[in-house]
Ligand binder design. Structure first.
Ligand SMILES: [Zn+2]
Length: 617
């Protein structure tokens, strides 16, 4: 056989693997030409026979996919129906020229594929495609790939989780069939744009595509650093997307069972308003503005139930993985028996027929436009807030007819403005679910250690003493990872009797999930933390203290409000203390304080209005 088949790129078990080369294939028939790319022309031979193409030609030099894509475009322009003058000779010259322009070698000749090259009645590749697992792949791919943008190895893992194991070669064969049928799109993950510049097809990065020598690749390759958190993409890696319409879902019309906790009258009002938003054509965006601890997530569950019954694809996204896990648990409790997909770093549960997807915002980079309803909880949190890549991904996954909901306690001023102007809908929840006011922070000015936590400030000692005597838990927030570790160690040395109940946590801590669990269950009574724990998680009997609260770059107004909002969330313990401690009281600290006082006033006037309203329950 003429052509060498190379297994597709990436490393497996530490072995070096070559990026897959692609062949330019010309199908010729009476009415004209078709140009396709192929990892193995044997796969296309069977297809061309079935389609009745009488001649098939292959350029006998393969190319990296990013270059083959550009060559395919050029040949397609030449072979456009009705355009005179295409010949294989001219096509070959174009391939040579295109390769040279990109610093590659293009020489080769067109080889005609003949039946003699594939002496078996069914070529080996076609026989492999007829195998049992290939049949299952063919059945599963149209269910799992729509709406996704995945590399070959990601797709293989998705299929494995659905119970079908396959080799890269087998999967490539089935995908090539779907590509020939026009159902799947294959792209070099880092490829050329119209102006000939490399860009990342997953995250859209254009400015920072670097040439790097990776241990997994024999030659330097172009790498996207921006979306590396999801696995490194290079010009030698392939992305697959479903290119035809999403499969239609027949609405069940039967809403899934929903077991909500008892809602307050202000939550119920928010449920009515958000359902109205969903049922009306306009506006398309809604801001759910709820004070910390208002129970805003439950408020959108009736809306999700409506959307599920109507056969709509729904996404619930949050910026951080700690919160996704907790959200997943809450959905299991409130929607008993509902099958839904949940995705976050290190954990994936996917179901082909699931209409609801719960995920971190980073995972959205692996989706294409497919959701009718997108709800973003904690919409103003790191890393989504101010991140153009993730915000673009968020916009991309919404269908043109879809709607989106942002939920937060501290909306960005620009959203507040848009809400005031009526450009987006707004639903406010002015009170916590237990109806008690938000704890108002006490601002404390005192001397603090400059570096390395040389001494423990008296305010911290008093804080810990209070925790001890009142059997409460405490969080101490510091602005930096180094500060967190050093301060926790100083505390452990200063308080040897309590050392085993004091620990630290930050985003780079590999034991962070375990520590959160130990703090929740009371094995730890004091955690020194970065803003990692500023939102999303609930701990009972909690007091907290923010050290260096004047570090405005870290402790913004929104962050300070969110941090204060951790305290007093349960009905059994709606109180608790919040201290903002710094060497000088800044405008940011004062604004956060005033904002909390203002929200409490708004909540109070809501209660008074309800109490005097004639339609009260
Ligand atoms: Zn990227």
């Amino acid at each position: 056989m003429l052509f060498v088949t190379t297994r597709l790129g990436g490393t497996k078990g530490g072995f070096l693997m070559l990026p897959a080369p692609y062949y330019l294939v010309l199908f010729q028939q009476e009415t004209g030409w078709e140009v396709i790319l192929s990892p193995d022309p044997a796969l296309d031979w069977q297809w061309s026979v079935n389609q009745g193409y009488d001649r098939v030609w292959v350029w006998d030099r393969p190319f990296p996919l990013w270059l083959a894509e550009r060559m395919q475009e050029k040949l397609r322009l030449l072979t456009v129906k009705g355009k005179a003058g295409f010949s294989r000779h001219r096509g070959g010259r174009v391939l040579n020229k295109t390769a040279r322009r990109h610093g590659e070698v293009g020489e080769g000749t067109w080889q005609r594929l003949t039946v003699e090259m594939f002496p078996c009645s069914l070529p080996a590749a076609a026989a492999a495609q007829a195998g049992e697992s290939s049949c299952r792949l063919q059945a599963l791919l149209p269910k799992l790939l729509p709406g996704r943008s995945l590399t070959l190895s990601e797709l293989r893992r998705v299929l494995e989780r659905a119970g079908v194991r396959s080799t890269d070669y087998q999967l490539t064969g089935v995908l090539q069939q779907l590509i020939l049928e026009g159902k799947v799109q294959r792209l070099a993950a880092v490829g050329l744009d119209k102006l000939g510049r490399f860009y990342c097809r997953r995250c859209g990065e254009q400015e920072q595509i670097y040439v790097e020598r990776l241990s997994s690749a024999p030659q330097p390759c172009r790498v996207c650093p921006s979306c590396r958190e999801l696995g490194t993409l290079t010009d030698g890696i392939t992305l697959y997307r479903w290119r035809v319409e999403l499969p239609r879902i027949k609405p069940s019309g039967v809403p899934p069972p929903l077991a909500l906790p008892a809602l307050t009258i202000w939550q119920e009002q928010a449920v009515r308003e958000s359902l109205e938003f969903w049922r009306q054509p306009e506006p398309r965006t809604l801001l759910v503005w709820a004070v910390c601890g208002a129970g805003k997530t439950e408020v959108v569950f009736p809306l999700i139930r409506d959307a599920l019954a109507a056969g709509k694809r729904d996404l619930l996204a949050v910026p951080r993985r700690e919160i996704v896990r907790e959200l997943g648990e809450r959905i299991k409790r409130c929607f008993p028996g509902l099958t839904f997909t949940i995705l976050y770093g290190g954990h994936k549960e996917e179901f082909p027929a699931a209409l609801l997807t719960v995920t971190t915002t980073h995972q959205l980079l692996r989706f294409t436009s497919c959701f009718d309803l997108v709800i973003v909880d904690e919409a103003d949190a790191f890393p989504l807030y101010g991140n153009p890549m993730l915000n673009a991904a968020l916009e991309r996954v919404i269908l043109p007819t879809g709607k989106k909901i942002y939920m937060t306690a501290t909306p960005d001023p620009s959203w507040q403005r848009r809400a005031r102007r009526g450009e987006i809908g707004v639903v406010k929840i002015p009170l916590r679910y237990h109806g008690r006011p938000l704890p108002v922070p006490t601002l404390i000015r005192t001397a603090l250690p400059a570096k390395k936590a040389e001494f423990i400030p008296p305010v911290v000692k008093e804080f810990i003493f209070r925790l001890r005597t009142q059997e409460r838990k405490g969080l101490i927030f510091l602005p930096t990872v180094q500060g967190v570790e050093a301060f926790a160690r100083s505390l452990q040395q200063e308080l040897p009797n309590q050392a085993d109940q004091i620990d630290y946590i930050h985003a780079r801590d590999p034991l962070r999930e375990e520590k959160v669990k130990r703090f929740s269950t009371g094995q730890l009574h004091l955690l020194v933390t970065t803003t990692l724990l500023e939102r999303g998680l609930n701990f009972d009997r909690l007091d907290l203290l923010v050290l260096y609260a004047d570090q405005e770059r870290i402790f913004s107004v929104e962050t300070l409000i969110q941090i204060a909002g951790r305290v007093g969330r349960s009905a059994a313990d709606p109180g608790g203390v919040v201290y903002f401690v710094a060497e000088s009281i800044t405008g940011t600290m004062k604004t956060a304080h005033q904002e909390i006082v203002r929200m409490n006033k708004e909540g109070n006037s809501f209660i008074k209005k309800k109490a005097t309203s004639p339609d009260r329950e």
